[in-house]
Design a protein around this ligand. Structure first.
Ligand SMILES: Cc1cc2nc3c(=O)[nH]c(=O)nc-3n(C[C@H](O)[C@H](O)[C@H](O)COP(=O)(O)OP(=O)(O)OC[C@H]3O[C@@H](n4cnc5c(N)ncnc54)[C@H](O)[C@@H]3O)c2cc1C
Length: 451
């Protein structure tokens, strides 16, 4: 990337105040980081969570991605009830949302199901779970550098407007989504398919919907019916509108008369793919994302019955980022592992979610019918580097495989697995790469995971 340098490493502890010397440091408070921090602290480890925003949730909340995908199998049986195959931390979090009326019942999404959550309740559940577990949360704080001893991570430098400080940790869990810790050490990472990554989306919510009228027209499937696609194409062809994505998804939320809309598709104004890790592209995505939200809201007002009086309530705090850096792990989840539904003895998370690839004018969906695959533990371990493990969407995965494995249910469970491994490594004084995956799986099963 032109104009930016990511590597920022100290080879010994720099002359800065040490805020804490702890067991487990979790960087990033998205689904993976929340799970990792809660599990590590619950297992008795002194744990810090560092998050650059003032709340947890990452792409699920700041990006308003808004649903927990990846819990249920897909099927061709149109009468089938949802069959859940992912539990563990994912189910624990879902149940905590249920208790606060913060999540819907399963909603149809093509051949499978998802649930839509309330982003405010999501933040509150995360706050309460983390504080109850004894996690030290630092919001509005970012990791800006790593402290190394050869290949071993010793800690990080954090920064806020209070200044800079150091946290030393026995194990670091990089749950930043962007592999922000791994990349700062200069370890190998890559972007998608030879630099080609999925496009970002600006989510938005509309209120003031006549739900009966809307559902009578749109139907219960959250993926739009062909008539909506045809109307988008008609608006473009006959009215000169510019709606770049023709297949859109709309989710009724937990609030009355409100819908969450996944419709925009953001490319650079010169047609280039946007890599939102670059602030130039990120800024363009934000500006044009907000404009596109207004264009799709106008489309809903004029073409979708029940939405005539609807108005935009909010957009994501930031444009939703599906993909940036992936680590080069000791194992890589391959596209073939996904389409062949490969099961593994070293699997730490089931995934029934389709390959949901966002590029071009229609997202591509490749369904895994009545089946799932396992994500192997080694996808969380960088090829080089000790005392470090990643969790969440920066796992080592091929481009299309990541388009399946990156969703929220899986990120929760990957965080769960990373924390169990971190605790085991500390307790046994072994390297993460040398741990017995059977023990990690057994602990996860005791914690409620289905493996
Ligand atoms: C447009 C879009 C639509 C999606 N739709 C769905 C959907 O419908 N259902 C679903 O289940 N999933 C969906 N996803 C996927 C899902 O939301 C994300 O993949 C998931 O949130 C990733 O979780 P994560 O914890 O790995 O990372 P993230 O959610 O990206 O969280 C990483 C966190 O780390 C923080 N961070 C980063 N760098 C630093 C740093 N240096 N210092 C401190 N903090 C840092 C960030 O602020 C962020 O909070 C969607 C994603 C997008 C973008």
């Amino acid at each position: 990337m032109k104009g930016w340098q990511i590597i920022q490493r100290y080879e010994s502890v720099p002359d800065l105040p040490v805020l804490a010397a702890i067991d487990v440091l979790v960087v990033g408070g998205g689904p993976a980081g929340v799970a990792a921090a809660q599990v590590a602290a619950t297992q008795g480890k002194q744990t810090y969570l560092i998050e650059k925003y003032g709340f947890c949730g990452g792409a699920a909340v700041a990006g308003l991605s808004g649903t927990i995908c990846g819990m249920y199998k897909a099927t061709d049986d149109t009468q089938a009830a949802p069959e859940q195959v992912v539990y563990g931390f994912t189910e624990k979090f879902r149940q905590a949302l249920v208790l606060r009326n913060g999540v819907t019942a399963p909603q149809q999404y093509g051949k499978t199901f998802t649930v839509t959550h309330d982003p405010l309740v999501w933040r509150e559940v995360a706050d309460d779970m983390l504080t109850e577990a004894g996690v030290n949360i630092l919001y509005h704080t970012a990791v800006i550098a790593v402290i190394m001893d050869g290949d071993k991570f010793q800690g990080v430098v954090i920064e806020s407007n209070a200044g800079q400080s150091i946290i030393l940790a026995k194990i670091i869990i990089d749950a930043s989504g962007d592999a922000a810790v791994v990349a700062r050490a200069g370890l190998d990472t890559y972007f998608g398919d030879e630099g080609r990554i999925q496009n970002p989306t600006m989510f938005f919510r509309i209120a003031g919907v006549d739900m009966d009228k809307y559902l009578a027209y749109y139907g219960m499937d959250t993926i739009c019916p062909p008539k909506v696609t045809e109307n988008i194409q008609k608006a473009n062809a006959e009215l000169g509108w510019e709606l770049p994505r023709h297949k859109i998804w709309i989710f009724p939320t937990t609030r009355p008369n409100e819908l969450m809309v996944n419709a925009t598709r953001l490319a650079g104004q010169d047609g280039r793919m946007l890599n939102v890790i670059d602030p130039v592209d990120f800024t363009e995505a934000e500006v044009f994302g907000r404009r596109q939200v207004r264009a799709y809201a106008k489309f809903l007002n004029e073409f979708v019955p029940g939405c005539e009086e609807a108005y935009v309530v909010d957009t994501g705090v930031e444009v939703g980022i599906r993909q940036t850096r992936s680590i080069k792990g000791i194992e890589t989840l391959t596209n073939d592992d996904v389409v062949s539904c490969r099961k593994r003895s070293d699997g730490i998370c089931r995934t029934p979610w389709p390959i949901e690839l966002h590029s071009g004018d229609k997202p591509k969906l490749h369904w895994l019918i009545d089946d799932y695959y396992d994500i192997p533990f080694g996808t969380l371990i960088p090829q080089v580097g000790e005392n470090i493990i990643v969790a969440g969407r920066c796992l080592s995965a091929e481009h299309e495989a990541l388009a399946s494995a990156r969703v929220t249910a899986q990120c929760f469970e990957l965080g769960h697995a990373a924390a169990v491994a971190a605790v085991l490594a500390i307790n046994t004084q072994r390297k993460i790469r040398d741990l017995d995956v059977a023990v990690i799986r057994a602990t996860m099963i005791t914690n409620g995971s289905a493996l």
